[in-house]
Design a protein around this ligand. Structure first.
Ligand code: UDP
Length: 318
């Protein structure tokens, strides 16, 4: 298939680009490099530096059969203090991309949605029919795009899939997390191991969980990537499908820190700090829907294995 990957210079987009190339697809990456890295774009892909707002000429020229859309601002804290940036990039930018697709007669899209669309869950594991009440601007913008896709499927026969990621981690194809502003637990713990930080702050130890720290569902980026390839051809014109993507098991912050110590053989000094605003105690996905519909099965569900892949890739880059 001829595909366009918006945001293919970022962590997840670059891994999926590598997997698409391996699967024999022809890939053009569109990325404005606001947070991505040009050297993360796999060498077999064509790279165009442009924003979503300027995507129309690129779509007109490439004429892709499908778009995979990863390009977004994704820092929860920043979304609370600079909401205009999030509404502009994530929502207006996506609207511009969808209009560019329509003009180029491309109506197939896989979109990176998020568990943050659900907010504080009433029930865990979270199913796709759970209420969507995002507690931050980031989640609200992603939910707005999910609604946009439902409209475009109904009105313009788009074939769309929203994949709601839980906590993506690990590395594949030598590509791992490299955020300038790092907020995620596993890469921060690995930065402590590498001596780039002197300690890790545990955001709260008084949650109603067995060890008092928050529980999250860590999914290996390679399993996530497999889901994108399955989702690419799944919907028929006029359909918008929504799938959660998690490994189905929750791990606490304390368990993650223990795994990092075990895998790296290094101490990880910690301090216990305040709760981080907007952090639910537990976020664990039910991924039964995508397992049933598309036969997706995560292969790398072991926490130590996820941490090991992230660590080995981070060491190679150092
Ligand atoms: N966390 C932490 N210290 C850190 C970073 C994260 O205790 O320095 C916790 C955070 O409160 C959450 C979990 O680790 O419970 C995962 O956070 P992350 O930012 O990786 O992902 P999120 O679940 O917020 O998308």
């Amino acid at each position: 298939m001829r595909v366009l990957v918006a945001g293919g210079a970022g962590y997840i987009g670059s891994v999926v680009t590598a997997a698409l190339l391996e699967g024999g697809h022809e890939v053009t990456v569109l990325d404005d490099l606001s947070t991505g890295h040009a050297d993360a774009v796999p060498s077999g892909a064509r790279f165009v530096q442009a924003s979503l707002h300027d995507s129309a000429p690129v779509l007109a020229e490439v004429r892709p059969e499908a778009v995979l859309h990863f390009a977004a601002k994704s820092l929860v804290g920043e979304s609370q203090v600079k909401p205009e940036v999030y509404w502009d990039t994530n929502v207006s930018g996506t609207l511009a991309l969808l209009e560019a697709m329509r003009a180029a007669d491309c109506r197939r899209i896989v979109f990176s949605s998020t568990a943050a669309t659900y907010g504080e869950p009433e029930q865990v594991p979270i199913r796709e029919d759970a209420p969507t009440r995002p507690t931050n601007t980031y989640g609200a913008t992603k939910l707005a795009v999910d609604a946009m896709l439902t409209s475009y499927a109904a009105a313009y026969d788009f074939a769309a899939v929203s994949l709601r990621y839980f906590n993506v981690a690990g590395a594949a194809y030598g590509l791992g997390e490299r955020h300038t502003t790092e907020t995620h637990l596993i890469p921060i713990a690995l930065q402590v191991v590498a001596g780039q930080r002197d300690h890790l702050t545990i955001y709260g130890e008084d949650y109603p969980t067995p060890d008092g720290t928050c529980i999250r569902d860590y999914i290996h980026v390679e399993d996530l990537s497999d889901a994108h390839l399955l989702a690419l051809t799944a919907p028929s014109p006029g359909q918008h499908r929504i799938y959660n993507l998690g490994n189905g098991t929750g791990f606490s912050v304390q368990q993650v820190i223990d795994a990092v110590r075990e895998v790296t053989g290094h101490p990880v000094p910690v301090e216990v700090g305040q709760r981080r605003a907007g952090d639910p105690a537990q976020l664990v996905a039910s991924s039964d829907r995508i397992r049933g519909d598309l036969g997706w099965t995560p292969k790398h569900t072991d926490l130590a294995g996820i941490v090991r892949d992230a660590w080995e890739t981070a060491q190679k880059r150092a």
